[in-house]
Design a protein around this ligand. Structure first.
Ligand code: MG
Length: 163
C-alpha cells in the first residue's frame, strides 16, 4: 500500500523599483515607467516561488543556488531559475500539489497579465493552472511599496511524494 508524504514551503522576496528598468513579473514583461533593479530580470514573484520550493525540501535559498555575483545569472530569465529549482524538486521525486502567491505592487494593475503569469508558472511547475493561485494587492500608498520605491512577493507551496 502506498502512502503520501507532504512538505510545505514559504518564500518572500523584495526588489527596488527605478525609472527606466523593465518590470517582469511571473515571466511576463509589463509596460511600466518603473521596473525592478536586479542582477537577474528581478522577477520578485518567481524569486519568492523559488524560495518556497527550496524551503519545502530544506534546500537552502535562491541566493545560495543562483548567486547574484555569478555572471551566468546576469539578466537571467527567472523562468530559467524556476525551471532549475523545479529540477531539484522533481529529481528528488516530489511534485507540486498547489501554490498560493501574493504580489504587493502599487502600480500598474497586474490583472490583465495575471492569467499569463499563472500559465507560465503552471507550465514550469508541471501542474494545472487551477493549482496556481496568484493574488495582488497595492501598498495603500503607504510604506515603500505605496511610495512605489519597491515591490514584494510572498509564496506558499505544498509538495507531495508517493512512497
Ligand atoms: Mg529577488
Amino acid at each position: 500500500m502506498s502512502s503520501m508524504d507532504f512538505r510545505v514551503g514559504q518564500g518572500y522576496d523584495v526588489h527596488r523599483l527605478a525609472e527606466g528598468e523593465s518590470l517582469v513579473l511571473g515571466g511576463v514583461t509589463i509596460p511600466s515607467p518603473r521596473g525592478t533593479v536586479a542582477h537577474s530580470d528581478g522577477d520578485v514573484l518567481l524569486h519568492a516561488l523559488c524560495d518556497a520550493l527550496l524551503g519545502a525540501l530544506a534546500l537552502g535559498d535562491i541566493g545560495e543556488h543562483f548567486p547574484d555575483t555569478d555572471e551566468r545569472f546576469r539578466g537571467a530569465s527567472s523562468l530559467e531559475l524556476l525551471r532549475a529549482t523545479m529540477d531539484l524538486i522533481t529529481e528528488r521525486g516530489w511534485q507540486v500539489v498547489n501554490i498560493d502567491a501574493t504580489l504587493i505592487l502599487q502600480s500598474p494593475k497586474i490583472l490583465p497579465y495575471k492569467e499569463s503569469m499563472r500559465e507560465n508558472i503552471a507550465g514550469v511547475l508541471g501542474t494545472g493552472k487551477d493549482r496556481v493561485s496568484l493574488k495582488a494587492t497595492t501598498g495603500e500608498r503607504i510604506g515603500f511599496v505605496g511610495r512605489e520605491e519597491g515591490t514584494e512577493a510572498m509564496a506558499t507551496v505544498l509538495l507531495t511524494k508517493e512512497h
